[in-house]
Design a protein around this ligand. Structure first.
Ligand SMILES: Nc1ncnc2c1ncn2[C@@H]1O[C@H](COP(=O)(O)OP(=O)(O)OP(=O)(O)O)[C@@H](O)[C@H]1O
Ligand SMILES: [Mg+2]
Length: 440
């Protein structure tokens, strides 16, 4: 994902876009949720503390004023009634202590002092820090000391159902994120599939033009592009086929005229050139036609018998072509197309490598493969893809007196593609080229 600002994040994120979007949305939502929860707890603690302070300061103010007005002998009887969960009054000077430590205790002592007024000579001491316990000392109007012992109670714990609700919310988030991401990522996968299955000349798979607006628009655009490419290519192939075809008549005429010339070196050269032109024209027509190899109806046939017949034809012409390995199996094959493809590969092997070996097997996916191998010079690795293009010949081929059009492999590639198969070239260990045709 080149759009990511942090290169380190790229390493940690999963590979697929769906998972990445899922992780980003989910982590973002979780962080936002966690932050809101933390803020809520903080606010709850603050407001609970504020409420507690308010109540304590008013109650204490009233209680001190009341105890002050009671006769000394009756005060002890009231202490029980004035006691609360977090504080109690003690008659007498209380316990000696040290200066107050916590901010909340200093704040509460200050507020109590303000509430009762300066007449009571208020003073506060910390008795212990853990658990926190402190005393506020008053001197009543008759001179007797009074102590208020405060043991602060924490904020009540959060409700037990709260974690359950949070977990439910989390589950809901997970499910919604998953649904949203799937909705967004699926059309992309479909588009990739359609693009992969697209064959420029045959009518490839079309994308369904429904679904959400953006997806439908992308599908329409993809289908239009596919149509345009196909039309464009068909047009070019049509031009090539027409020119090649129309050249055949004048070439034939020229050959007849050259043959009627006097025998001699010049006549032989002209005839050789014309022969080459004829080959080029024939191949040109074949190339233009190969785009429509998919139109031939596939037939079920015994591959071994088919290959034996093919090799036999070459042997008949005295060419060193052999069938190797054990071959068995029936396959649905477009006969003419496959014959043309293998013919072009065998021609190359014989022409550039001196001889050809044909073998066949079933690969791990169950598809039939046919290989044509030779022990010739092979093709430089960097040009293995380029030789599949029309009119491309490896440097030197033209001078090697092998005189080809450079269309044999282009025809083979186009034909295998048109019938739904594939063609792969590779240099062999120990020298030579292996051309492997995978059948659909
Ligand atoms: N078996 C092979 N060994 C070495 N080089 C090869 C082999 N097959 C093809 N090539 C190289 O690839 C080039 C392209 O092959 P391709 O069959 O397309 O054209 P061509 O054989 O030159 O002409 P055409 O087949 O149209 O008569 C060839 O010119 C040759 O240089
Ligand atoms: Mg060739």
């Amino acid at each position: 994902m080149s759009g990511l600002a942090f290169p380190a994040a790229r390493r940690w994120l999963p590979r697929s876009m769906a998972s990445r979007v899922y992780v980003i949305i989910f982590v973002g939502l979780m962080l936002a949720q966690g932050l809101s929860f933390a803020l809520m707890v903080h606010e709850r603690n603050e407001s609970a503390a504020a409420t507690m302070f308010d109540t304590v300061e008013h109650e204490v103010g009233t209680s001190v004023a009341m105890l002050d007005r009671l006769p000394a002998a009756e005060r002890a009887g009231w202490l029980g009634r004035l006691q609360r969960d977090n504080y109690r009054f003690v008659l007498g000077p209380g316990e000696p202590g040290m200066p107050l430590v916590t901010t909340s205790s200093r704040m509460l002592a200050g507020r109590i002092a303000k509430e009762v007024g300066p007449a009571y000579r208020v003073r506060a001491d910390a008795i212990s820090t853990r658990p926190e316990r402190y005393q506020v000392h008053f001197t009543l109007h008759d001179g007797s000391p009074l102590a208020l012992e405060i043991i602060p109670k924490g904020v009540p714990p959060i409700a037990r159902w709260l974690p359950v609700v949070l977990m439910l919310e989390l589950g809901l988030l997970l499910a919604c994120t998953w649904l949203a991401v799937r909705l967004a990522a699926r059309p992309l996968a479909q588009l990739a599939q359609a693009a992969e299955g697209m064959t420029p000349t045959a009518d490839g798979p079309r994308m369904k033009e429904d679904g959400p607006l953006e997806v439908a628009r992308a599908a329409v655009a993809f289908n239009t592009m596919q149509d345009r490419i196909a039309r464009h290519l068909k047009e070019r192939l049509h031009i090539l086929a027409s020119i090649s075809h129309d050249l055949q008549t004048p070439i034939t005429r020229m050959r007849l005229r050259a043959e009627s010339l006097e025998d001699g070196a010049e006549q032989r050269k002209i005839l050789a050139d014309l022969h080459e032109m004829e080959h080029l024209v024939r191949e040109g027509v074949a190339y233009a036609r190969s785009a429509h190899g998919g139109a031939e109806v596939p037939v079920r046939m015994d591959l071994k018998a088919f290959l034996e017949a093919l090799v036999f034809d070459y042997e008949d012409m005295g060419k060193p072509v052999a069938l190797t390995g054990s071959i068995s199996g029936v396959a649905m094959v477009r006969r003419q197309a496959l014959r043309r493809v293998l013919g072009n590969l065998i021609d190359n092997a014989v022409k550039y490598g001196g001889s050809a070996e044909v073998s066949a097997w079933r690969d791990e996916h169950g598809a039939m493969c046919v290989a044509v191998c030779d022990r010739g010079p092979g093709i430089p690795d960097a040009q293995l893809d380029r030789v599949l293009e029309p009119f491309y010949r490896v440097e030197g081929s033209r001078n090697r007196d092998t005189g080809g059009a450079g269309l044999g492999l282009a025809i083979a590639t186009q034909l295998t593609r048109a019938i739904g198969g594939g063609l792969r070239l590779a240099n062999r260990e120990g020298g030579g080229l292996a051309a492997v045709v995978t059948l659909p």
